[in-house]
Design a protein around this ligand. Structure first.
Ligand code: SF4
Length: 324
């Protein structure tokens, strides 16, 4: 499938079917931690990158194959809300199924009324907010010219007032960058102003384009939870797991996921082994075959081997200069 991938399993969204609406990499930001690599050219104009009917057709097909899906999640190889027509897609998906719809976005376009309106029918929206000050916002997100921190915050505040669904803000906690008490207190002030239903702390566990991206220490994670919990509910960071059990074509499913983000070798092995209860040993052979016939390569990130696509297949870490 070209647009639909997964299902992926995560603490936040359970079994989630992903729908990618963008050509890689189309984004308004160039985050230090981006698992798609560096943003070579900013995209800030909304477009219908692919025909909406074609995307809907794939969603319909995927829903027929995959049972027990908890969420349909619109994401993008970049900033999801750059897809003009996402509101139509959400409305059409709601005619097909009662499965709730989530949208993962950096939130940078929420200052636009048309963007907020397109999102109103979603059941959950997960925008990013990684800083409580203009300087730190610029340092981490490195947004396109004209997209300011204040505009970002005001977009979130206005959207919160209009949106009746669940607003779950994602905070990427970066060791030594936004995990100081001062940075966390600034963030808490802004979160209070926005008033989300929840904050999900996430960690840079995957290969990133910039060398300065590090995991925060356990103590700093606990401190972040303590400070941010004063203003909202905070979900402790936990990695999700890949689930391939319902994939009609395992290689296709693995390729679709790795095209969008690097996958830890251990996680991939477990997901494949889970497909063969009592015969988990098969996972080793399957991974060997996938490495031979797929377009994958291994890279090291913090001593952990990750699977990424070879250059030319995605906007993954290798494109960004991440060394293997
Ligand atoms: S992490 Fe998301 S918002 Fe940031 S550059 Fe990557 S795709 Fe864009």
């Amino acid at each position: 499938m070209k647009y639909v991938f997964g299902p992926l399993s995560s603490k936040r969204l359970g079994q989630s079917l992903g729908v990618d609406l963008l050509p890689p990499k189309s984004c308004t930001w160039n985050c230090l931690y981006c698992q798609l690599g560096k943003t070579r050219k900013f995209v800030t104009e909304r477009q219908e990158f692919f025909p909406r009917e074609e995307i809907l057709g794939e969603i319909r097909e995927a829903l027929a194959i995959n049972k027990g899906i908890d969420w349909i999640t619109f994401v993008g190889s970049g900033e999801t809300m750059l897809y003009k027509g996402i509101g139509w897609l959400i409305a059409e998906v709601k005619k097909l199924t009662t499965t709730p719809v989530a949208v993962i976005t950096n939130g940078s376009l929420l200052y636009l009324q048309e963007v907020r309106e397109e999102l109103l029918q979603a059941d959950a929206v997960l925008p990013s907010l990684n800083a409580g000050s203009e300087a730190l916002h610029a340092e981490i997100g490195r947004p396109a010219e004209g997209l300011s921190f204040r505009q970002h915050v005001e977009g979130l505040v206005t959207f919160r007032k209009e949106f009746k669904g669940r607003l779950w803000i994602e905070v990427m906690l970066l060791g030594g960058i936004n995990d100081s008490d001062e940075a966390l207190r600034d963030l808490a002030v802004v979160l209070k102003e926005i008033n989300p239903d929840m904050v999900h702390l996430v960690l840079p566990t995957r290969p990133a384009p910039e060398q300065e991206v590090h995991l925060p220490t356990h103590d700093r994670i606990e401190r972040a939870i303590s400070i941010l919990s004063e203003v909202t509910t905070v979900v402790h960071p936990l990695k999700g797991n890949m689930d391939l059990r319902n994939a009609p074509d395992m290689l296709e499913a693995v390729t679709a996921i790795i095209t969008r983000h690097p996958v830890q070798q251990r996680e991939l092995h477990k997901a494949i082994a889970d497909c063969f209860p009592g015969e988990e040993y098969k996972a080793d052979d399957i991974m060997r075959v996938f490495m031979l016939i797929g377009n994958f390569k291994l890279v090291d990130h913090g001593g952990e081997p990750y699977w990424v696509m070879k250059q030319g297949d995605s906007g993954t870490a290798e494109k960004s200069g991440f060394s293997s």
